[in-house]
Design a protein. Structure first.
Lengths: 294, 294, 294
């Protein structure tokens, strides 16, 4: 497996065809410059298959801070430019895919930091959800809140047994943002169950997630999961990749439009919630209880 | 079980946090003043659990007229202000949850009365569908048309066996209003089946409704159903109630927006249908046939 | 079975009631004059039941060219005016329901012809999808791409065993148009599966289509399928037909609105894709390979 990227002639014009259909995004600053070398991710590309594997590596819990999210986002954008075919998202940890937003960065933070964090989350979601790449989440550990967001924003989810997955924002006093809600509904077979899940912060086991349709397959090892990921990517014929990408974009266009229209309002809800004294007090206690568990 | 309401400190600011997100409604007059004492409903609140039970009590069929609907709506609004946690909607009848709109009030009625009736229905739906309260329909009898509307507008449905449930507006010559359609689709797992149900006035038995996903659980007695209702309400942690309420509202926001935009048009369709001589003739025959059955 | 149409008093005002709700369409020229006699279809109406059977008859594959599609569309419009109750769409072939768009007419065609073809497809879809008639697709052969479009635009699908069905536009380098996407999602129980199907050009067998919810019933013979089609149409009480038609229209209104807003853009995508030299080159090879199979 070579590191860095080949040009695959059959779909080399993927990005230039697809780009004009992309919804124009208002510019939101990302918290980090794009020139920093990767710090929390490893990217490898198989030259033979055109499949990239992006491994999340911010121990212990792959908690999503602005720097980490910016890195993931830029990796995806780079892979698009390099005309890679498919992307597998996985974790270097044996235990945690991602525990979600780094709440430490929400505690006693100034407005600029809070805004940077939430915009990084929005931007990461937007990039992953709309990428023309074929995306697979290889969930080899717990995928909670923002971790589950990464999974449901992908096109396919393969999970290892005995882990937990779910969107539990309400448990820390946060409303589920509407774009994450739409993304979750896009995956779950039933709106009725989706509403209950999101309002009650339901956490599924790997096995119940499979039954509920929240994940597509289980695999008994990371090896097997990688094979299944490649099989999903191979279900798309190479000569259909441009038409496939436009079809995917059109399928997801309304959710992206709603996000763009609602982006500032979504940020405002987060900021006003996070700046409440009661929320900060809760966060302080919560973070202390996490420390106590160690 | 005490009658009237406790203040539950954990979620006491529920309504003030949630209200600003509520869609601004154009003012539509309700047919009754808000100062009348309850006539067709009984409201009891368990101080210990914060769970209210609203019992429909307009014999023989809980037919929904403007007065009755206004009463239900105001009870919900009052409970929100009093910061109650959950609401169970049930019937005092052993046989009928609600048979739907009171068609007697549609027969030979003047325009103002027809308008009052339909606006009361719209307002009741809007209030029940968007309330921050945790809502359960305890369907201890037939739930037809407007009766089924009450059920699908709630977050959870527990039904006793051997009853009927469904939206059969087309059987009396009425188109299903678009907000009820959206509410029905929000519950049913399949749009394909939802369309067939609504266009063909399909009525389900309790058992087939469970299988179809139209209700969530069956219970063999009202007692058991009350226990299951409380269990659903308890699936929401008390400290998540504010975030839960905003999440519920955002989940249902698009349907509420569509309703507001379409509200006058929806009223116009109803009025023009009801004022057709053929419709009035049909209603006369229909009401006579109901009398004959007694 | 008599040929031509009776007036059924119970629903004779169907079209005049329903028409005002129809979304106003911008005028797009159809490729053929409406005075031509039918050439590729047979229409028979059972006077007793009010059920019309429209048989596609353009051997060998019922490939959809502008003339053929205009004919199907006008037949539907005529049946609406004549106040027919239900429509069964089937094929004269024992092997193919329809293989979709006639790609021969896309090869080395001038812009006017390409535009005429795509507008005829849009118009046919719009008419079939929005008709107040009760529509059944009796799929007695392969239903591929545009053939599958005819099936999913109908209200009910009965399929004979051992055939293939699916939307495989991406296999010939075309993005799935957004209105077809919405129509497919309207039928399939899961958006997650619908997206995979449309992006990967999945083709189902009759049996797997039934299991996936893409078709509603299988029938072992055309005779049995005709009986099942009539049973579906009879599931709608005759006196509900007006309310049924408005309910159907409202159920499908948002998809129709999105189509109208996006119509020109949808045409532009098709035209720009078809005029690419690489696309024309591919088409040439593809058509040659089809000829070779004969």
């Amino acid at each position: 497996m070579a590191t860095r990227i080949i040009h695959l002639p059959k779909y080399s014009r993927l990005s230039c065809l697809v780009k004009p259909l992309t919804i124009s995004a208002r510019t939101f600053a990302t918290a980090t410059a794009s020139t920093n070398p990767p710090q929390f991710t490893t990217l490898s590309v198989d030259d033979r298959t055109g499949i990239a594997t992006l491994t999340l590596n911010r121990p212990p819990a792959n908690a999503l801070n602005a720097l980490f999210m910016g890195e993931i986002q830029r990796s995806i954008t780079d892979l698009e430019k390099e005309n890679c075919r498919g992307l597998i998202l996985t974790s270097s940890s044996q235990r945690i895919f991602s525990a979600g937003l780094d709440l430490k960065e929400c505690y006693k933070a100034d407005v600029a930091s809070l805004e940077g964090l939430w915009c990084a989350l929005q931007n990461l979601w937007r990039t992953l959800f709309s990428t023309p790449l074929i995306t697979v989440a290889l969930i080899n550990g717990h995928a909670i809140a923002g971790g589950c967001m990464l999974a449901v924003s992908s096109e396919y989810r393969i999970m290892l047994p005995n882990f937990k997955i779910g969107v539990n924002e309400t448990m820390v006093g946060l409303a589920v943002p509407s774009w994450l809600m739409d993304t979750y509904i896009n995956i779950m077979p039933s709106r009725r169950i989706a509403e209950w899940d999101l309002t009650s912060s339901r956490i599924y086991s790997s096995e119940s997630a499979l039954k509920a349709g929240l994940v597509d397959e289980l695999a008994s090892s990371k090896e097997e999961a990688l094979q299944k990921s490649a099989a999903f990517i191979d279900s798309f014929s190479k000569r259909t990749l441009m038409a496939r990408a436009i079809t995917k974009q059109q399928f997801r266009a309304e959710i992206l439009r709603n996000f763009e229209q609602n982006r500032q309002h979504d940020l405002d809800i987060y900021l006003s919630t996070m700046q409440k004294p009661s929320m900060q007090e809760f966060l302080g206690e919560y973070l202390q209880s996490l420390d106590a568990k160690k």
